[in-house]
Design a protein around this ligand. Structure first.
Ligand code: ADP
Ligand code: MG
Length: 347
């Protein structure tokens, strides 16, 4: 597959602060790429640059070999959905969906047909004559999605479209969005600050920090191989350890790294008196004290104090651990092969 949407050295300044710092990104046709990063890192600004709502200070944006620089937003063939839905309150659901088509001069019959198609796709046929304020948040966002798809954009931009919704609706709608995106083979840039959402939805994730893409890769790739401390912390609950902490826990390490990470589920616990069948292949045993226990459903998350270091350990909630409480003495089984060697930020 060829690159369809290309961002080349995109720069944006607001006053003296550089909000997008030479961003390069290539997206293939039909791909769903997520921009994931903390608030203020430049995600919305990047989407707005693609949509033409914000002017670039440098670089190029190319869609299907066409430089977008000279095209105003309405000629870019880009659809956008915002966290706040941004529907026209004085227009009904079908009028909202038909709005863009009307602006482009499509006939009434063509608009009607396309609108019915979209209403069916987002499962809102019964609401076609209702007004936005009578709809739930999830329904309003489905109208916004239908409206953005009505003019058959080449690229769909979604700016935290699920962030204002309740947890249950959020989960349903993210599945619906992904299904529709796949069905239409719609090239999509999805923005979120929620790593779980990014992992579930994306073909590819770009982690952003301070106006730059600091790592990009498949969901599995980013989850299992964060390159820097920032990504390790952002992608989940990695234990990030300094060199001296690793020396203390693992009794040695052959690496020039200054910073390391190990996933909570890569550490296991042995209760007092339990055998160590598990222990082979250079694994290391260290004793520790349970500091806290929290039940996350099918996972139990412990924090364990060992030699003054607080480690997070995730175990399956299989009943065996019902017997563990705060201050209990346990043994940790550490596997040096699970230890990731992190690069310095910006390296
Ligand atoms: P995100 O969507 O990742 O939370 P934004 O792209 O909205 O981040 O903002 C990135 C940075 O740019 C923030 O520091 C924000 O305050 C700043 N910013 C965004 N829009 C403007 C603007 N119109 N004028 C000045 N600063 C802005
Ligand atoms: Mg934003």
């Amino acid at each position: 597959m060829k690159d369809y949407l290309q961002l080349q050295g995109v720069r944006k300044m607001f006053g003296n602060s550089c909000v997008l710092d030479d961003v390069d990104l290539e997206i293939r046709e039909g791909e769903l790429v997520t921009l994931l990063g903390p608030s203020g890192c430049g995600k919305s600004t990047l989407l707005r640059c693609i949509a033409g709502l914000t002017e670039l200070d440098g670089g190029r944006i190319v869609l299907e070999n066409k430089d977008l620089a000279k095209l105003p937003p309405r000629n870019r063939e880009v659809g956008m959905v915002f966290q706040s839905y941004a529907l026209f309150p004085n227009l009904s659901v079908s009028q909202n969906i038909e709005y863009g088509m009307k602006m482009r001069g499509l006939s009434k019959a063509a608009r009607r047909n396309r609108c019915e198609e979209l209403l069916a796709m987002v499962d809102l046929e019964a609401k076609r004559d209702d007004y936005p304020q009578s709809l739930s948040g999830g329904q309003q966002q489905r109208v916004a999605l239908a409206r953005s798809l009505a003019v058959q954009p080449k690229v769909l931009l979604l700016d935290e479209p699920l962030s204002a919704l309740d947890a249950k609706i959020r989960k349903n709608l993210r599945t619906e969005i992904r299904d529709i995106q796949k069905r239409l083979n719609m090239t999509t840039v999805f923005v979120t600050h929620d790593q779980e959402e990014a992992l579930i939805l994306s073909d590819r994730i770009c982690i952003m920090n301070g106006g730059r893409i600091v790592q990009d890769g498949s969901p599995e790739g980013l989850y299992t191989s964060p390159r820097t401390e920032f990504v390790a912390r952002f992608m989940g609950s990695y234990n990030v350890l300094t060199r001296s902490e690793v020396m203390a826990l693992f009794r040695g390490v052959e690496s020039a790294s200054e910073s390391f990470a190990i996933r909570p589920e890569a550490v296991s616990l042995l209760l007092e008196g339990e055998g160590s069948l598990d222990v082979a292949d250079g694994k290391v045993l260290v004793s520790g004290t349970i500091h806290s226990v929290s039940v996350l459903g099918n996972i139990i998350r412990y924090t364990v104090n060992t030699a003054g270091i607080l480690l997070t350990v995730d175990s399956l909630n299989d009943g065996r651990f019902l017997r563990i409480g705060e201050q209990d003495k346990i043994t940790l089984v550490l596997d040096p092969s699970q230890l990731l060697h992190l690069e310095r930020e910006g390296a």
